[in-house]
Design a protein around this ligand. Structure first.
Ligand SMILES: NC(=O)c1ccc[n+]([C@@H]2O[C@H](COP(=O)([O-])OP(=O)(O)OC[C@H]3O[C@@H](n4cnc5c(N)ncnc54)[C@H](OP(=O)(O)O)[C@@H]3O)[C@@H](O)[C@H]2O)c1
Length: 495
């Protein structure tokens, strides 16, 4: 891989400190960064290079929560530089260009530059415009090589704004230069869905409406808004989580096999799936969703405040911290199979999983026995915190009577492979440097996801209190969510 320079806008922020730099450091430790690779952090706060490196080191020590060896981090940090600049001031860009030129020259980087927009979403468009105006988006004689752009989520706040942002970005960069990041796609277990489905002979034949009763996708967080109340007030659970992570998981679980592993083929199949998700008519939106907001409760053995009492949150806020949706896919494979998506903050446990519930076996044979109703087979892909898969099936309980009890087959990534998986951000940054777009949603995927959610968002814009229920912090969400599952037949899993 050729050497490249990663320019992070928003370098003094939370994302850089907590996710980007640790991801890069892991790549460095594994020897996956190219020779000559360098990072240039940009934000307004004034830091000399050394003080910026010290900040990153302190953050890394804090995250390690135990023994931490400074030496490799210091070696990695010698490749990290800092440039103070206000990206909203057009005059800043001449100085930035000069710094980029001198860094590339000093470190023998042949002008390959990745720009990472880790600033507030409202700043994405003006940042990209100014990168273009400064002439940084195209190769020049002194800075040949590639130019790529990584854009963080949220990508827009509805269909119209996502389209406008795509237009702005694509007026400066070509689509193949743009990487819209959804870090869930960088998780090892999420990528394994693909291998599990298409690399084994026994699962794909039952992966359809003839065998699957319904699918539940859960992304639950035990934390609250963690001081990011101002951001969350603007977003809410649907924009923050469902538009990107949950719909992408749904696409991976339900898509058809692509013609090849090529980025174009894989993204094309994800898009086709998203396009097959049934649009919800405005008058039916209320039946298809439940919104919730956490009230005071208990988390991790201590009392925690209600969302409305969090810093930077309005005491009368109607922003949802929980959302559950029932969606359907109108295609030959999935017609009639409900897909339930739910996400929330301050839930009972931090867990992300996809649960495939199969149709029950006929229980005639066991009707007269002590076991009563048979449980259906269940396949669960655990995305976090314990990466793995389990399959639940019925087994005969030892003893003279015939009694069927559900038991689980477990596969754990940690036990099977003995290594920690590469952090999602590290993996995705590596793909950006390689120019591989497979794990990044393309323009139409983002817009199709927003188009699906627009009827829900419009309903709540018209009446912000609509469909909103409250749940105690530390629970599994509002009880109203149970009614979303088809006629009491299905139940939410308690992971
Ligand atoms: N944090 C997360 O866990 C997370 C997860 C997923 C996605 N994201 C997305 O990542 C982006 C960044 O989030 P964050 O949590 O890191 O935000 P943050 O902590 O508020 O950081 C924002 C950064 O932008 C810089 N900045 C603001 N105005 C600027 C300007 N005019 N010129 C130059 N720099 C400026 C700030 O530094 P100065 O004040 O020093 O200028 C700071 O470094 C957001 O789009 C967010 O939605 C964050």
């Amino acid at each position: 891989m050729q050497a490249s320079l990663l320019v992070i806008f928003g370098a003094s922020g939370d994302l850089t400190r907590r996710l980007l730099v640790p991801g890069l450091f892991e790549l460095f430790v594994e020897g996956l960064l190219p020779q000559g690779f360098a990072v240039l952090g940009v934000s307004r706060t004034a830091h000399p290079d050394d003080s910026f490196r010290s900040l990153l080191l302190s953050a890394a020590r804090e995250q390690a929560q135990g023994a931490f060896d400074d030496a490799p981090f210091r070696e990695f940090a010698s490749r990290v530089f800092y440039h103070p600049a206000d990206l909203e001031n057009p005059d800043s860009y001449a100085g930035l260009c000069a710094r980029i030129r001198s860094l590339c020259a000093d470190r023998g980087i042949p002008g390959n530059i990745v720009f990472y927009a880790a600033v507030a979403p409202r700043q994405y468009a003006s940042l990209v415009r100014r990168i273009g105006e400064a002439g940084l988006a195209v190769p020049t004689d002194d800075l040949p090589g590639f130019r790529r752009l990584v854009v963080e989520k949220p990508f827009g706040r509805d269909l119209a704004s996502a389209r406008a942002l795509n237009r702005e970005i694509l007026s400066v960069f070509r689509d193949e230069q743009v990487f819209r990041i959804d870090h869930f796609l960088g998780k090892e277990t999420v990528q394994n869905i693909f291998v599990f489905r298409f690399g084994n002979g026994i699962f794909e034949p039952v992966w359809n409406r003839n065998f699957v009763d319904h699918v539940q996708i859960t992304v639950a967080e035990s934390i609250g808004v963690e001081g990011r109340g101002d951001f969350y007030e603007e977003a809410g659970a649907v924009r923050d989580m469902i538009q990107n992570h949950l719909l992408q998981l749904m696409a991976l679980v339900a898509m058809e096999p692509p013609a090849s592993l090529d980025g174009g083929d894989v993204r094309g199949e994800r898009l086709k799936l998203l396009r097959s998700v049934g649009r919800v008519a405005p008058e039916r939106v209320g039946e298809m969703c439940v919104r919730g907001q956490y009230a005071e409760g208990e988390a991790g053995g201590r009392k925690v405040p209600a969302y409305r009492a969090e810093k930077s949150v309005s005491p009368g806020s109607f922003t949802e911290t929980y959302a559950a949706l029932r969606l359907g896919i109108d295609n030959w494979r999935w017609a009639g199979v409900p897909f339930y998506l739910r996400t929330g903050k301050r839930m009972a446990r931090k867990v992300s999983e996809i649960a495939i519930q199969f149709h029950p076996a006929p229980s005639l044979l066991f009707k007269e026995t002590a076991c009563g109703q048979l449980e259906s087979n269940l396949l669960v892909v655990n995305i976090q915190p314990e990466e793995g898969i389990f399959l639940r099936f019925g087994a005969k309980e030892p003893g003279p009577a015939v009694c069927v009890r559900p038991v689980d087959f477990h596969f754990s990534y940690r036990e099977a492979f003995g290594t920690r998986s590469t952090p999602a951000y590290g993996r995705l940054l590596l793909d950006v440097m390689h120019g591989d777009p497979t794990l990044f949603p393309r323009e139409e995927e983002v817009e199709t996801s927003w188009a699906l959610l627009d009827p829900f968002l419009r309903r709540w814009e018209e009446d912000p209190a609509r469909d909103l229920s409250f749940y105690p912090a530390g629970s599994w969400g509002p009880p109203e969510a149970d009614a979303l599952l088809t006629a009491g037949r299905d139940r939410w899993r308690t992971p």
